[in-house]
Ligand binder design. Sequence first.
Ligand code: GLU
Length: 274
Amino acid sequence: MFVTRFAPSPTGYLHRGHAFSALTAHAAARAADGRFLLRIEDTDATRCRPEFEAAIFEDLAWLGLSWESPVRRQSDHLADHEAALARLEAEGLLYRCFRTRAELAEEIAGAPHGPMAAFRGGPLSPDEEARRLAAGEPFAWRLWLDAAERRLGGFGGLSFEADGRIVQARPEIGGDVVLARKDVPVAYHLAATVDDAIQGITHVIRGEDLIEAAHVQRLLQALLGLPTPVYRHHRLILGPDGRRLAKRDRSETLHSLRERGMSAQNVRKDLGFD
Ligand code: GLU
């Protein structure tokens, strides 16, 4: 059975790009006689707001979409994510990173290559770590790629199907990703990977801005013994300035289009649906 999902984060109003994503996944489920699920990705309580969650339901219903209930709200299932985090920690695949943003930026600026996201490090010495913990310094849990590589005997055996071809996973492109932080009990990659498995997602359909995420998530699947879905990426919807839409583009939110009297049918047509 084909099962796909739309998984927005309630950190702002949905825009036309989200509508395109939801419509694409919904249409694929329908064409395959499969299931379409909605998941609320709200593990970052510092950025999520209840009014944005309410607007997600309103906007999607306005667009004419329907989804299964109950809807999985990630913050209601933190125990599932924390169990996965604990397992990775117990297996020596995580380390505590005490670096501040400024320290990271400086370290990376001095590195031969690689953007901030591709940071790689490793655990501190036990003494240094104990000292910082005792001092109450905040830390993030990072996935330790070197340890993961040793555990799996390299990443060569990791592949996945994306957009109709078999892709060799290169989790290095994400670096030692942050999987939890002081104020975020579980970060996106881990929560999404665990939930895709729990919800039995067979097809992850999302924007091409998330192509790299599949490489990281494929590694987490291997480390946690979870199944690998098929990935499909769709084009991004651009704003009038030719740039991809972001939540800060207020005029393009479905909420504001609706308030300006645009019909859902027009929005759908504009995006190439019926
Ligand atoms: N919550 C993510 C976002 O809004 C979705 C990522 C995904 O579909 O895996 O960008």
